[in-house]
Design a protein around this ligand. Structure first.
Ligand SMILES: [Zn+2]
Length: 416
């Protein structure tokens, strides 16, 4: 997911707190698993089935069955697996969730092979080390500990595909859970947060718009319909909406960008300097505060296009059309302060600040499906998506310590 606005806003109502202490202790036990995962190139455009089958086989060797869900292409899959409670129960419990895909390295200057993980200066370098194979590797390496722990409630592992292109894979897995009646009580999404719990993030909504006019010789403009000019009016309308949201709110000062944002990102149209352009295509997005209804914002844009612009366009030429296609969307997250998973993750990380971020994750999807969710994982979001992506080994150790405490908290003894 896009990580362009990354700093955690701090104000008197959103107090900062301590970063988990780093340790100069031995190498993290999860390194072999993480290196194995990073070595498999799972850039979103490539199939992730190789990684998924590697994990499935490793879990099978421990006696754990996995459920795979795929889209129509067949080569991309989610994996869901359950480490049952000591009495065999597989319902309830907590999900550890991560996406297996990574962003491309195209055009980036790396000092080492992004898919040959390298240890340097107390860091592990490689694509996905931070976002987010570090967390997945840590969770996988502790599966034997989960099995040995006499769990009171099950722990689930949820690995998705195509998160980086708009959370496209996870909905299939979540739909399958609902179909099978698997109802976890909470979910920890291990995106890089420097092991601080994130309780809210914005929603992501990306659309393509195609404005159709009618071509004519540019000396005969009354015979044509200029698609670029009407696209420009729609783009200005989106900007006006963004300005109003920025000026009038609603606001949530715990976010790094404390209001809903919108922008146009790409545009193309026309085919010659002496022709009235028949078509203009552009893409726009808005990132809504989780308390704002994304459908409502889109409806306002669509209504302006269809009720105001289109009648004007049809007046000029009957071929007029404005079409919208949704190309990515993921709901925002707004975890309840008093939810058990919020309290658990805050207690385990010793971080009780209210932290909210602008970037999106799969936590919003789980939450919308009725599974209360919090984001917390190793690594600094600033390192994600860049050349020379890395995760600090101290972050991996902190994650392992967190997961050990988590496993203990799920055990019979802790729940007594
Ligand atoms: Zn990510």
């Amino acid at each position: 997911m896009s990580h362009e606005a990354e700093t955690v806003h701090r104000s008197s109502s959103c107090p900062p707190s301590q970063v988990p202490a780093s340790s100069a202790s031995p190498l993290p036990v999860s390194l072999p698993w993480i290196e194995r995962l990073v070595s498999i190139d799972t850039t979103s455009r490539l199939p992730n089935i190789g990684l998924i089958e590697t994990v499935r086989d490793a879990l099978a060797a421990l006696g754990i069955a996995s459920t795979l869900t795929r889209d129509e292409r067949g080569e991309w899959a989610n994996l869901f697996a359950t480490i049952p409670a000591h009495d065999g129960a597989t319902h309830g419990g907590v999900v550890l969730s991560g996406h297996t895909d990574v962003v491309p390295v195209d055009g980036q200057q790396w000092d080492s092979d992004p898919f040959k993980p390298e240890l340097r200066d107390g860091r592990l370098y490689g694509r996905g080390t931070c976002d987010m194979k570090g967390f997945i590797g840590a969770a996988l390496s502790l599966v034997p500990d989960m099995q040995a722990a006499k769990l009171a409630k099950p722990i689930h592992l949820a690995l998705s595909f195509d998160e980086e292109i708009g959370c496209a894979g996870a909905p299939l897995m979540i739909a399958d859970l609902q179909k099978r009646g698997v109802k976890p009580e909470g979910c920890i999404v291990g995106e890089p947060t420097s092991m601080r719990p994130i309780v809210a993030h914005k929603g992501i909504n990306v659309y393509r718009c195609c404005v159709r006019g009618h071509a004519a010789h540019s000396s005969l403009t009354p015979q044509g319909l200029n698609a670029i000019e009407y696209a420009a009016r729609l783009i200005c309308h989106i900007r006006d909406m963004a300005d109003a949201l920025r000026r009038d709110g609603p606001f949530d000062e715990c976010f790094d960008v404390p209001f809903t944002t919108a922008q146009t990102s790409t545009i193309e149209g026309g085919n010659a300097i002496n022709t009235v352009p028949a078509e203009c295509r552009f893409a726009f997005e808005f990132r809504n505060l989780p308390t704002l209804d994304a459908a409502d914002i889109f409806e306002r844009i669509e209504r302006y296009a269809h009720d105001t612009l289109l009648p004007q366009m049809r007046h000029e030429h009957p071929n007029a059309a404005i079409e919208f296609t949704r190309i990515a969307s993921a709901p925002g997250l707004d975890a309840a302060e008093q939810a058990a998973i919020t309290e658990l993750v805050r207690a385990l990380s010793s971080d009780h600040a209210t932290r909210k971020v602008a970037y999106g994750t799969e936590a919003g999807l789980f939450a919308r499906a009725g599974v209360p969710s919090v984001v917390c994982g190793p690594g600094d979001i600033q390192q994600a998506h860049r050349a020379n992506e890395y995760v600090e080994l101290s972050q991996l150790s902190a994650c392992e310590a967190f997961l050990h405490k988590f496993i203990r908290s799920m055990s019979v003894d802790a729940q007594r």
